[in-house]
Design a protein around this ligand. Sequence first.
Ligand code: DUC
Ligand code: ZN
Length: 456
Amino acid sequence: MKTLFRNATVVNADGSRTADVLICSDKIKLIADHIESPDARVVDCTGLLLFPGAIDAHTHFDLDVANTTTADDFRTGTRAALRGGTTAVVDFACPNKGESLQHGLELWHRKAEGRAACDYGFHMTIDDWNPAIRAELPSMIAQGVTSFKMYLTYPAMMIGDGPVYEALRALRELGAIAGVHCENAGVIDALIADRKAAGELGPASHPRCRPALAEAEAVGRLLKLAALADTPVITVHTTCVPALAEIAAARARGQKVFVETCPQYLLLEDRWYSLPDFEGARYVCAPPLRKPADQAALWRGLAAGEIQTVNTDHCSFTLAQKDMGRGDFTKIPGGLPGVETRFGLMYSYGVAAGRITKEKLAEVLSANNAKLYGLWGRKGAIREGFDADLVLYDPNGEHAIHAAELVTNVDYNPYEGFPVNGSIRQVWLRGRLAVENGEILDDHSGEYLPRALPLL
Ligand code: DUC
Ligand code: ZN
């Protein structure tokens, strides 16, 4: 089966050109100024942008958190991803403390297998550190899990500075990498105790207990641990000016640091936690939303190449689930949906708004994720020999985001009413037309992606 994308603006991280793109079966076969292929189906791309399929390297599907389970599982989550132009996700496998990494990996395979609409891989969470866990790392890598997650907060998952240092050293020896959730757990606990003592139990207290400096302290500490371990590291969901300052200081010392941020930190503000009628609960996530000055710094960091990836931290809960925290903001399950809206939001508020180029969009959604997470060569660019994962974007027109029109399994959307420039016309997954004008045509073709070591 051949398909010819005629007269497309082909957008890659390293440049754009007007070209024809021929795909054959599941691969990109040829890119040239003009291609004749009489037996190919033709898609006229005049006036349209052809992007590489986006990769979302930060999702939490079917995850038990805060006495509940995320609203999106691998079925609904990957359908939403695909509809939003994301052709591959990397989700966080998460064994409980005391369980083996292998147990966690098998559990996540069971959650995903046969349900995925887009391709998927797994990061592995290291929430315990001992010789047995250390001994499992080579086997994880052999099974295609080449990136790991650690937490400097959350008692159920954090492992302490010594173990983080030892794990970073072990990962460096194996050529793997870690992404780390950076917030200072002790400070957060003390601030929560203060708010509870003051009787301030609503969502407005959430950002007050997780200040930017508590994130920056943990980012700075992590980067010093990484320097001691002599390894690159990733700061995930980076949100604020003081955290970026710690990263700049580490880079000035000669360290290699990869930085991820998310649309919510680029577009949403902490003042929304004070909305009446418990509406602030729908924005509870960790780290919390920040201030306009932080958003501006993140956009500048993206444009300047100081931030490498934009992923979603998709961790969705319904309003009924968010309601579990009425009367105690610490019981509001933390996380936002995002996987379905990322592409349109980043195109609109990044490219159309003139903050980043369309090539930068391809870089932070696709190419850099592919390189960092061991998918380059298959994913991340429109190149001959790569998988035919494509997003055909029409930059014309405008629509607004409405939860009711999305397939994400939640009954609200944090971007409700946000105008979006243009729309996704088609999404192709390994040569199959999977989405057209919002309609999902193929939602059973997602495959597990064993991943290579990161290109650092
Ligand atoms: N933050 C969230 O808001 N949800 C999931 C995990 C995380 O770190
Ligand atoms: Zn997360």
